[in-house]
Design a protein. Structure first.
Length: 392
C-alpha cells in the first residue's frame, strides 16, 4: 500500500546538522517517516540550505524576504522573542505569512495531509488552504495573543482543522476556550531515549570537586524563570548551578549570578547553548535538574518542556515549578518535586532534600527512567500517525 504524503510545517527547526536550535520537529518527522512520506517546510535562515536531507528527512526552507540576509525573524530562538529583542523585525511578519501561504498553495497537490506546528503562523495560514490538516499547539502560540483579530483567526484555524492536538492538558484546556474541535487529543512531543542515558556520565565534568551539580537547560527568557533558580542557590548546600542555553536575558541573569556569587561564595556557571551531542554528557554528568518556569507577563507559560524528558532519560530527578505543562510530566514526590511559581526557597528546600536522602534520590532516578521510556519517539510518533490516519 502506498504511504500517504505528509507535510509538516513549523518555525523552530535546526538550520543545519549540529545546530543548537530545538530539534523536536525534526525528531518527530524522523520517526513519522515509518508511516508516511514526510516533508518538512520551515522558514529560511542565513547560511541554511534551501533544500536538504537532514537525518533522513526531506527539508524545504522557504524564503520570505527579498534580501535573504535579513531573514532573521525566526532564528535563533522563536518569533516573539526575536521581535522583543529587535522591534523592527515585526516588519517581517507579513512577509512571512505571505510567503508561507504562497508555498502552501503551490505545494498543495504534493501532499495528502498537513501537520501545522504552532497556531501562529502555521496553523492560521493553513486554515486558508483547502487541504486536510491537523494543528498542534506547543505553548505561547496557545496561551498568549488571545485578543482581537488574532483570537478570531485562531478560532478559524481550530474550527477548520481536521483535528487538533496539544502537547499538554493545560494547553488543550486553553484551546477549548477558543474553540472546541470535536476531534482532539493531547499528544506531547517525545524523546529519543537511545541518545540520552547515565552511561554518558563523566566524573568531575564541571570541575565540581565533590559538590553536587544542579542543571538548567533552556532559553534564557522570562517564562523559564531562571532568576529563581539563581536565587535558590543562596539556600542550597554544597552544590553548583550550571546553566546551559542562551537568550535575551543572558546579560541580566549573568549580572544577577555574579552578584549572588560574590555575596555567598557559591558557584554559578553559564555554558551557553549546546548541541544534542554535547547535552547527552552534560545531562548525565549532573545530579539534578531544575525547571523553575513561570507564567510570563503576556500569559505565556511552559507548554511541555522537552528538556525534562531528556533529563529523565539521563537519570536526573527534577525539581520544578507547578507551571503549565510541567505538571503533565513531573509527579510530585515520585520522579521529582513541584513547588509554586517564583518560590526560590521552595526550590532550594526540595533540592536539599533530594541530595541528602539517598533513598529518595535512587527512587526518583528509577522513576525518571520509567517516565522517559513512556515518551520515546517510537511511541509518540505512532500516536500522531494514528491521529492523522496514516495507519490503515
Amino acid at each position: 500500500m502506498m504511504k500517504k504524503r505528509l507535510l509538516i510545517t513549523g518555525s523552530t527547526f535546526p538550520r543545519y546538522k549540529g545546530d543548537t536550535e530545538p530539534r523536536f520537529i525534526l525528531d518527530l518527522a524522523r520517526y513519522l517517516n515509518e508511516y508516511a512520506e514526510v516533508t518538512v517546510l520551515v522558514p529560511a535562515a542565513p547560511g541554511a540550505a534551501d533544500r536538504e536531507l537532514l537525518d533522513g528527512v526531506s527539508v524545504i526552507r522557504y524564503h520570505y524576504f527579498p534580501i535573504h540576509s535579513l531573514e532573521t525573524l525566526c532564528y535563533p530562538g522563536a518569533i516573539v522573542p526575536r521581535i522583543r529583542e529587535k522591534k523592527v523585525r515585526a516588519l517581517l511578519v507579513p512577509w512571512l505569512f505571505i510567503a508561507l501561504y504562497r508555498n502552501l498553495r503551490k505545494m498543495r497537490d504534493d501532499y495528502d495531509i498537513v501537520q501545522a506546528n504552532w497556531l501562529i503562523p502555521q496553523g492560521i495560514v493553513q486554515s486558508f488552504i483547502k487541504k486536510p490538516y491537523i494543528v498542534t499547539g506547543h505553548g505561547g502560540d496557545v496561551t498568549s495573543l488571545n485578543k482581537g483579530l488574532l483570537k478570531k483567526l485562531k478560532k478559524k484555524c481550530l474550527k477548520n482543522a481536521y483535528g487538533v492536538t496539544a502537547v499538554s492538558e493545560p494547553l488543550m484546556q486553553v484551546l477549548n476556550k477558543i474553540y472546541e474541535n470535536s476531534n482532539q487529543a493531547v499528544i506531547p512531543m517525545g524523546c529519543d531515549t537511545k541518545i540520552f542515558g547515565r552511561e554518558f556520565r563523566k566524573e568531575n565534568y564541571f570541575n565540581q570537586n565533590g559538590r553536587k551539580v544542579i542543571l538548567f537547560v533552556g532559553r534564557l527568557a522570562e517564562k523559564k524563570g531562571v532568576c529563581y533558580a539563581i536565587e535558590a542557590m543562596r539556600y542550597v548546600d554544597n552544590a553548583m548551578l550550571v546553566i546551559a542555553g542562551d537568550g535575551p536575558l543572558r546579560n541580566e541573569l549573568t549580572a544577577q549570578a555574579e552578584g549572588l556569587c560574590r555575596e555567598t561564595g557559591k558557584e554559578i556557571v553559564f555554558i551557553g547553548a549546546k548541541t544534542h551531542e554535547e547535552l547527552k554528557e552534560i545531562y548525565a554528568s549532573a545530579d539534578i535538574f531544575v525547571m523553575p518556569s513561570v507564567t510570563a507577563k503576556d500569559g505565556d507559560k511552559e507548554g511541555f518542556g522537552l528538556v525534562m524528558l531528556e533529563a529523565f532519560a539521563s537519570g536526573l530527578p527534577i525539581v520544578a515549578s507547578r507551571s503549565g505543562g510541567i505538571v503533565d510530566l513531573v509527579k510530585d514526590g515520585v520522579n521529582g518535586y513541584l513547588v509554586p511559581e517564583k518560590d526560590s526557597k521552595g526550590l532550594a528546600d526540595r533540592i536539599n532534600l533530594v541530595f541528602k536522602d539517598d533513598c529518595i534520590y535512587n527512587s526518583m532516578q528509577a522513576e525518571a527512567y520509567r517516565t522517559a521510556k513512556q515518551y520515546d519517539y517510537s511511541i509518540i510518533a505512532k500516536k500522531y500517525a494514528e491521529f492523522m490516519g496514516l495507519i490503515a
